[in-house]
Design a protein. Structure first.
Length: 254
């Protein structure tokens, strides 16, 4: 079985500052780490490979500027991926469909049986990439997976539902699935595995044209933390109507 795992470098979520454009963060002096959800997807892929044993391989894939992508790729290879693909991209993209189109174009010829990725990235949090890639590549899709069981040309997925419920579903392969945190225990990286990772094959592909995006951020800002007390005077009807107006017009809560 040929398994792909999508991994992403995200800013370490401490002391972030907004850049001068007010549309993204200032990443000139930020440490990047692997998206936590993706570590569970990677571990699940390695566990599936170990269970199936023969003729299975895990292919780690990441996209972004080369400096941070190489760091994330080495971590993925040290944690059990057999090969890697870096999609070198220096454009700032926040549109999940644009992400999915790039990934799909660069991996379509690999004919993966299974694509796993984290439920969402902690920086953008759209949670759409796996489903969009599955649609673009003609795969079955599932989200919120908290358990997997591969059987011949099918896979069973345990989906997390609301209120603590879950549901097992059976899907045909190839499939693209997003993994929920907590379904396994991601392994620690040993010094031996770090050294061995340097000898594993890594393919580099370029995004050599500007990407057309359908959505993006118009403004980034830090919420103002302030307290305001307003006294409403009058009879019951007046007070009630004023509270409803505030909730509707000022706070946009109803």
């Amino acid at each position: 079985m040929k398994i792909a795992v999508l991994t992403k470098a995200i800013p370490k979520l401490k002391s972030l500052k907004i850049d001068s454009s007010k549309k993204w963060i200032d990443d000139s002096n930020i440490q990047y780490v692997m998206n936590e959800h993706d570590t569970y997807a990677l571990e699940e892929a390695v566990l599936i490979k170990e269970k199936l044993e023969e003729n299975s391989e895990v292919f780690a894939i990441t996209m972004g500027p080369m400096n941070r992508s190489k760091q994330i790729m080495q971590e993925a290879l040290a944690k059990g991926a057999d090969k890697g693909l870096i999609i070198k991209n220096d454009y700032k993209i926040t549109d999940p469909l644009a992400f999915a189109k790039i990934f799909s174009e660069k991996i379509k010829d690999e004919n993966f049986d299974l694509i796993l990725c984290g439920l969402a990235s902690y920086d953008l949090g759209s949670g759409q990439t796996s489903v969009l890639i599955g649609e673009l590549l003609g795969m079955t899709t599932a989200t919120f997976a908290i358990g997997t069981n591969v059987m011949n040309k099918k896979i069973k997925i345990k989906k997390e539902l609301e209120s603590g419920f879950s549901q097992w579903i059976e899907m045909s392969l190839p499939a693209s699935i997003s993994i929920q945190s907590g379904l396994n225990n991601p392994r620690y990286v040993s010094i031996k595995n770090i050294v061995q990772a340097k000898d594993k094959e890594v393919i580099i592909k370029n995004v050599d044209k500007e990407i057309v995006t359908m959505q993006g951020f118009t403004k980034f800002y830090v919420p103002v933390n302030e307290k305001k007390t307003e006294f409403i005077e009058g009879d019951l009807d007046k007070v009630t109507n004023e509270i409803i107006r505030i909730l509707k017009e000022d706070l946009k809560l109803i």
